[in-house]
Design a protein. Structure first.
Length: 143
């Protein structure tokens, strides 16, 4: 076998492995940032304020991929809601499966900071939802 061909194959293999592990590492980082309790500060469904329709404003991402979605005027509490992360077009997306159609969607994830209030936050966007929330019970410097 040609020496240069072997070097190219080896280089391709190493680069592929680095890419694979860096994607998994980024996915783990997003997973760890998402886990926990979030106070919903803003929620729009079909470009209309929906936060006032919630009975509570807390969204909880559990370690076992369950998600606790707040009950609303229109939807009872769904005890079987789940969440997962998926990668598409070099972007990590949040997928929530729920009988509550307001939250049943795939979201773009954007982590934010409110330096004035020393809060860590998140913006989730889908075709139908805009959600802005801040992490509860977490030290600002822990992220």
């Amino acid at each position: 076998m040609n020496k240069y061909f072997s070097i190219r194959i080896y280089t391709l293999f190493v680069l592929s492995m680095l890419m694979f592990f860096s994607c998994n590492n980024e996915k783990n980082t997003v997973y760890n940032k998402l886990k926990g309790q979030w106070a919903i500060e803003e929620l729009k469904y079909l470009n209309k304020n929906y936060k006032n329709n919630l009975y509570s404003n807390v969204l909880i991402f559990e370690d076992n991929n369950e998600v606790s979605i707040p009950e609303s005027v229109h939807f009872k509490k769904d005890l079987s809601s789940s969440w997962s992360l998926k990668e598409m077009n070099n972007q990590i997306l949040l997928n929530i499966n729920s009988t509550n159609i307001v939250f049943n969607a795939t979201f773009n994830i954007n982590f934010i900071e409110d330096k004035e209030r020393k809060l860590r936050g998140i913006i989730l966007k889908s075709d139908t939802i805009y959600l802005k929330a801040f992490k509860l019970l977490q030290n600002y410097n822990d992220w």
